[in-house]
Design a protein. Structure first.
Length: 274
């Protein structure tokens, strides 16, 4: 079966050995380099997928155009002080490194990435966001079941995610889980700006998630998982002693309508393709 057929059938595609170990290491080193330069002033932005309406602060809302830093919810003691070092406390960096940082730009638009995009008929697709997800040992939190089109909503739905394993991803350290064919179920919600201020999870379809068919997508460092925007997927907390770093980019078709009310806005730079 061709990759295109497999992707249409399952809603995801696992490609082993997509990036070299050296490229994965270079991205992890870059994240550390960025974090060392992050001027944290003691006002953290916490990222918790189960609690997104709490993220309505300006730091989060402006991060579509920035390199912004988000902490694990368990990173702080009752007095609001970091329990560990800053790097080990980070949940993710997002959401515009692919346009603002040369190392992330090269990784996101590598020759193999452009070849894959052409094979999937996505050469024109725009990279709308990027995330370096740390899932640090023992502290890396769960990512609740979601569909990426909820957060990068277009009419019609065109969001496709590319998730790159920078380290081995196993059940123990919080690999991704998904159900083959799950993308054929409806889009459940649209995460958007309210008419006035703040954010809301607007329900489009109240069907429950079908959890019984979820399979662990355990992959080696260097693998790429392509994710259809309507595919429900999640990852469990990292209870192991090994981190599970990953980098993800999300893309949309420029021909689709991108509503003003989407949470992620690009105010200062225009979008660029893969
Ligand atoms: O890396 C993870 O654990 C979750 C990432 C994810 O859900 C995504 O990239 O859409």
């Amino acid at each position: 079966m061709s990759r295109v057929d497999q992707f249409q059938k399952d809603g995801y595609l696992v490609i082993d050995g997509f990036n070299s170990a050296e490229d994965c290491d270079a991205l992890m080193q870059r994240a550390m380099w960025l974090a060392e330069r992050y001027d944290y002033k003691g006002h953290p932005s916490i990222f918790e997928t189960g609690n997104q309406t709490m993220s309505a602060d300006d730091y989060f809302l402006n991060s579509g155009d920035e390199i912004a830093y988000f902490f694990e919810k368990d990173a702080f003691d009752p007095k609001g002080q970091l329990k560990k070092g800053l790097f080990e406390s980070l949940n993710k960096i997002g959401h515009a490194m692919h346009d603002l940082d040369p190392v992330y730009d090269r990784f996101s638009r590598s020759p193999q990435m452009r070849k894959l995009a052409a094979e999937l008929g996505m050469s024109e697709y725009l990279v709308i966001q990027s995330m370096h997800i740390f899932k640090h040992a023992r502290i890396g939190g769960e990512v609740d079941v979601h569909q990426d089109s909820t957060f990068l909503y277009t009419e019609p739905n065109t969001c496709v995610g590319f998730w790159f394993a920078l380290e081995d991803a196993t059940i123990e350290n919080g690999c991704m889980w998904a159900t083959p064919g799950g993308h054929k179920t409806p889009l459940r919600s649209w995460f958007r700006r309210k008419e006035a201020a703040g954010l809301e999870m607007h329900v489009l379809d109240s069907s429950p998630w079908e959890m019984h068919g979820m399979q662990p997508l355990e992959v080696k460092k260097g693998a790429c998982i392509v994710l259809h925007g309507a595919l429900p997927h999640y990852s469990q907390p990292n209870t192991s002693g090994k981190s599970r770093q990953a980098f993800a980019i999300h893309t949309i078709d420029p021909a689709a309508h991108y509503p003003e009310r989407n949470w992620l806005r690009r105010e200062t730079q225009s979008l660029r393709p893969l």
